[in-house]
Design a protein around this ligand. Sequence first.
Ligand code: NAP
Length: 314
Amino acid sequence: MKTNQFGKKGWTPDRIGNLKGKTFVITGTTSGTGFEASKILLSKGAKVVMLNRNAKKSIHTISALKQELGDTIDVTAIQMDLSEQASVKQAAEIVNKSISRIDALICNAAIAQVPERKLTNDGWESQMGVNYYGHFTLQALLFPLIEKSKGRIVTVGSMGYNMGIKTIKFNDLDWDNDYTPNNAYSQSKLAQIMSIYELQNRLEKAGNTNVKAYACHPGASRTSLIKTSGSLLMRFMFFVMKPLTQSAERGAYPQLMCATEENLNQKEFYGPTGRSNWVGPVGPHKIEPHAKDEVVSKKLWDLSEIETGVKWNF
Ligand SMILES: NC(=O)c1ccc[n+]([C@@H]2O[C@H](COP(=O)([O-])OP(=O)(O)OC[C@H]3O[C@@H](n4cnc5c(N)ncnc54)[C@H](OP(=O)(O)O)[C@@H]3O)[C@@H](O)[C@H]2O)c1
């Protein structure tokens, strides 16, 4: 067990100081951990730019946040559907034109446990397309502004990285064969986490210390994740497991910590440190070696640049 530098209670948002003048861009804030993270950042005086697929839900989200925190909060929404590369590119262009800094980009949005194999318009398996390729392109396109701001990239992964096949299925990335909701979701979350550690390697090689990159996960939190995309059976299983889970607010702590806390070790994996890493004090915890397999992560990155047609500019 690793020692937690934040003590017995782990990291909590009372460590966040005044965020006036700081800008956070976050995907998927209409519910769950993204909503809670936005609320806490705004309550500390930050500017928050939300990237959501559903414009109507964004309006409701902003009004819910204003109701709780007051009309003076600095929050805006830009429409972006991670399942469509064209939409991601358009949203990134708007972000780049409309704000002058990004202190942290938080890649939070996701779909999970999609019962049937589906492809995105760009031709990728849906979870890989939304969770991984959507965020890959977004990060690449916002990278110059993040770099200029000496900012961070935070990826919200999942303990699912350690389920499924525990590697990347290069010979069948879109699950033409043997699709299962859990294996495909797990691969997309593993890909997200691996690309953060690969990004660290590439930054290191380029001698670029302007950008920091962190991988974290929310444990098992009561959010809309399974309700939105999971099967009836999966929803029932999550309902039964409810007593073992934590609030969406607590699920937001790891991403908030990675977006704001000084002196974190980028090589770590951050999340709840209690039972099965589902709940408990937030801090660094063990990550299995397959998530840091550099042969696989390098191959995945190179392939992702070809698949998306987007090249990172280090
Ligand atoms: N909850 C858990 O126990 C758990 C466990 C492990 C990892 N996670 C991770 O935690 C993160 C947050 O999930 P959550 O649990 O808070 O789930 P959630 O309540 O379902 O929130 C997911 C957010 O992602 C958005 N989203 C989905 N598809 C999108 C798309 N194509 N383009 C843009 N936004 C999209 C959703 O928007 P809509 O409102 O339009 O659907 C929603 O705002 C995810 O990365 C998830 O993998 C959660």
